[in-house]
Design a binder for this molecule. Sequence first.
Ligand code: BGC
Length: 767
Amino acid sequence: MTTNAQVQLRADNIDEVIKAMTLEEKAKLLVGGANNFFSDNAVVGGEADLVAGAAGTSPAIPRLGIPATVLTDGPAGVRIDPTRKGSDKTYYATAFPIGSCLASTWNTDLVNKVGQAIGNETKEYRCDVILGPGMNLHRNPLCGRNFEYYSEDPLLTGKIAAAYIQGVQSQGAGVSAKHFAINSQETDRTAVDERVSQRAARELYLRGFEIAVRESNPWTVMSSYNQINGQYSMGNRDLLTKILREDWGFKGIVMTDWIGIREGLPTITEVQAGNDLMEPGQPAQVNEIIEGVKSGKLDIADVDRNVRRMLEYIVKTPSFKKYPASNNPDFVAHAAITRQSANEGIVLLKNNGTLPWKNGNIKTVALFGENSYDFLSGGTGSGCVHPPYVVDMLEGLKNAGIKSSETLTDIYRKYIEFARVKFQAERHPAKWYQNEYFGQQKYPEIGLDPICVNKEVNGADAAIITIGRQAGEGVDRDINTEFNLNAEERALITNVCNAFHAAGKPVIVIINSGSVIETASWSGYPDAILCAWQPGMEGGNSIADLLTGKVNPSGKLTMTWPIAATDHASTKNFPGQIDDYSLQQMIGNKTPIPGHAYTNHEEDIYVGYRYFDTFGRDVAYPFGFGLSYTTFAFSKPVVKAKGKDAVEVSITVKNTGSVSGKEVAQVYVKAPKGNLEKPAQELKAFAKSRELKPGESEVLTMTIPVRMLASFDEANSQWLTEAGTYTFCIGNSSRNIAATATLKLGEYTEKTTNALAPQHKLNLLKQ
Ligand code: BGC
């Protein structure tokens, strides 16, 4: 070792720098620099060292020219403090559509553009890595963070994530694909043991990450808080080394989720497992590493390997390249991107012909529902963003030249002012996530007397009811109060529909929620339903574009909307809500909550449509579903072998209606009967058409690697595509197949290891 102070880090002298580092410096580099994080006043998003409100840093070692790098949440935009003490300058960031909305575009080019804009804001705000994309699977509609995630399907998750990652990283900033892995619930997330078969783990929960790693080389991956089959992800060598690096070829760094020291998991085990950066970092972890090496418990080779990976990461960052951050991103350009991506991510669930509003026939609208006036642009927790503004329904309609009832505006605005104060005054301190710093809150719906509703009919040409739902980090959703509608909301829908329909006027429901809600009991009443998700800060404009037909809806659901939440096979093993969930638990206070020590994945591979389609259960809206103002026809597909490793599917999609629009071709594959049980069908490819004029058509060509048709064969620790005749079904939802073709394939196998073996016998669902 040399202590030559002249050695300064360059992209091509990493070996030399490692040689020059002391053990203390090496240990320091592996532990995040937000050392005040666990002090009494520190909270997630508190004052980090360099950029106020950024989540964490990697530490600087100035002696060797190693700069600190800054890690910011993520994923719907840059989450930093919007204001700073002693300065008038603001640091708002564009709020882009949440993950569920982005994925619902099924448009990887568009998601790539969003990624570019987010990458740009990351670096313009002097950050190096955005802590996203969120890639956990929608195992169940009750997960509080589903809004940050993409889908119940791993292929869609992987493809959308890869597009986002490529976009961000094209700007010279990095991502952290999170939370690796099987973090599909918030309840007791820092301790829960996710007990899952190797097959469901590999085939569903890890596959999206695999696709993203192979296709987009994320700079970083974030290991999750939970355990998998009895081992914490963060200390899980099978997960972080065998699977992530050896099987998939991941070259970047792994950072932990934000927990610091955890009981029962020594930092040195995390280092050995392949965790390169401990976040947010506690000084004691540095000492643990130093002592570990000195006592011989930790091999210096493990430390050097992780240090090397850290340095390889650092030389790519804007901080290392001394990028001159402007603190001044192009909000106008980015607003256009967020508006356009929401245009394509919003899903039209029902339309009896009332939409689009043509020729200015709707001049005045009666706007009901508190979220019409306090529109939710995103979810809560670390995934919230502080945008410069949010366009609500009132403003969005106004911008489109449509007036709204002044009486209702007055009632709702006053109510929201009152509700905000009351809500904050009554908030239990343990409910940290209900602080506006962690995102917009949802206030209870005000009960409107039917007389008040009736009075609105004369002055308006149509009614809109916005049904809002908020959810986020730390808490899962409750069936009765969050998945289902409550009494006020039901009364509002019934009263408004009765009053407006009696006068022959239409009613449109806008769902302003990050996740799935119950619709089956009330969807018969309104004339149209738009699932707007939480579509970012331009939300009201994006919705107005669709209502007025300026844009034709082309979003498709990326998860099944069940009739009842209990219809999902996973619900019986999905934990209930914990009311007193506190910051202490969130940052790892150590005692598991009784009754939630583990979650059995008994539904196994039957998640989402894989369950509903295999077991023939009715749904409210199927996976892949979304209406358009035009109609499309699919030709007979051509399916042929492309070399020996892939299948090529091409199909012509034609706009057979009267307005321009885009359509998504979804390829579901049915496997032949073989030794392994298979779901009825699985999404294996998709493509979105360009905007097609009436009568126009486009050939969409998709390639499916044969290895992506494989299932995980636990008995032989291998991927296996069994020989036989495969049926390729193409349609615009999992329940609306327009054309099929078959192809015979030979057997394909790919050996892996016996990683993540379960410690407990699970009673797995079988056909
Ligand atoms: C969340 C991560 C987030 C991190 C930093 C954690 O609690 O799970 O998603 O990136 O905090 O804020």
